[in-house]
Ligand binder design. Structure first.
Ligand code: BTN
Length: 283
């Protein structure tokens, strides 16, 4: 599980490996994968995304995964901080090298959010859906987010750091400090799934999905993504960064992951970019 000998010698001195996840639960989840991902566990780090982006020029193995029990400066989308809890969150980054243009990678975060929903459904958490572009929602509140950061490699390929933050069982004190309304994965009895099981299942689902995305792009996933969309066929308002709004019925996704809204005249309009917020229209 920790073939550190495969990595440049500098790495182990930078971050002490301090496993905190149940090894047997991980092995159980990885049994069907053709190759087990290289998985590093650390107790504390500023940001797993920042760390992988810093290490990338030295050459990271494909599918390398860094999971942290705690992040002191977790990064979220739109320059926001990502707040997490040492016991109740799952925070990790997965490294993937693509032979695709940056434009073709615009659907990558959506593909990842779809893989996450499918993984959670397979664990019985079927109330989780996707919210465009790449949040996971449960009962109207956010349970997870995806932050993909890319870097151009000397080979001409694009390296992607796929950062995932998931609320497994958040303490209420932390929920109160967040501007966003958050949810987590606890059931009615307050039971949360084991972090190792969730991480293992996520990687088990995401690795084949990303292989497929690397081959065929986002288009083959668009229809399935919409079946899990929490705003499917609902009237929504998109808030643009310049404060203008676009309204319409949420009807589909383009082949690159853009959101298609149908206006009152029945005309479809496609919107791209990570800077849009999506709100349900007031009745
Ligand atoms: C969002 O704002 O919705 C995206 C949040 C992504 C957070 C994860 S936690 C692991 C990885 N490391 C980071 O610093 N951010 C991502």
């Amino acid at each position: 599980m920790y073939p550190t000998s495969l990595l440049p010698p500098l790495f182990p001195t930078l971050v002490p490996l301090e496993p905190f996840l149940d090894e047997s639960a991980l092995q159980q989840e990885f049994r069907d994968l053709p190759s087990v991902p290289v998985l590093w566990q650390v107790q504390s780090i500023d940001s797993t995304n920042r760390c992988l982006l810093e290490w990338a020029p030295q050459g990271l193995p494909q599918h390398f995964c860094l999971v942290a029990r705690q992040q002191s400066a977790g990064r979220g989308r739109r320059g926001r901080a990502w707040i997490s809890d040492a016991e109740g969150s799952l925070t990790f980054s997965l490294w993937w090298i693509f032979d695709r243009s940056l434009q073709e990678l615009s659907g990558l975060p959506l593909a990842v959010s779809l893989g996450m929903v499918e993984a959670l459904h397979s664990l019985g958490m079927t109330s989780v859906g996707v919210k465009w572009p790449n949040d996971l929602w449960r009962e109207g509140r956010k349970v997870a987010g995806v932050l993909v950061e890319t870097t151009r490699l000397s080979s001409g390929q694009v390296g992607a750091v796929i950062g995932i933050g998931l609320n497994i069982a958040l303490p209420s004190s932390l929920q109160d400090t967040c501007v966003l309304s958050l949810n987590d994965l606890r059931d009615e009895a307050g039971q949360a799934p084991a972090r190792a099981t969730v991480l293992g299942r996520l990687l088990n689902t995401l690795i084949p999905l990303l292989e497929s995305f690397a081959q065929s792009g986002f288009a083959p996933f668009a229809e399935t993504w919409m079946t899990h969309c929490v705003h499917r066929n609902q009237q929504v308002t998109l808030l643009h960064p310049n404060q203008t709004r676009s309204q319409g019925e949420c009807v589909g996704l383009s082949s690159l992951g853009g959101l298609i809204l149908r206006d009152p005249a029945g005309e479809p309009h496609t919107y791209h970019g990570g800077e849009l917020s999506l709100r349900l229209e007031a009745p």
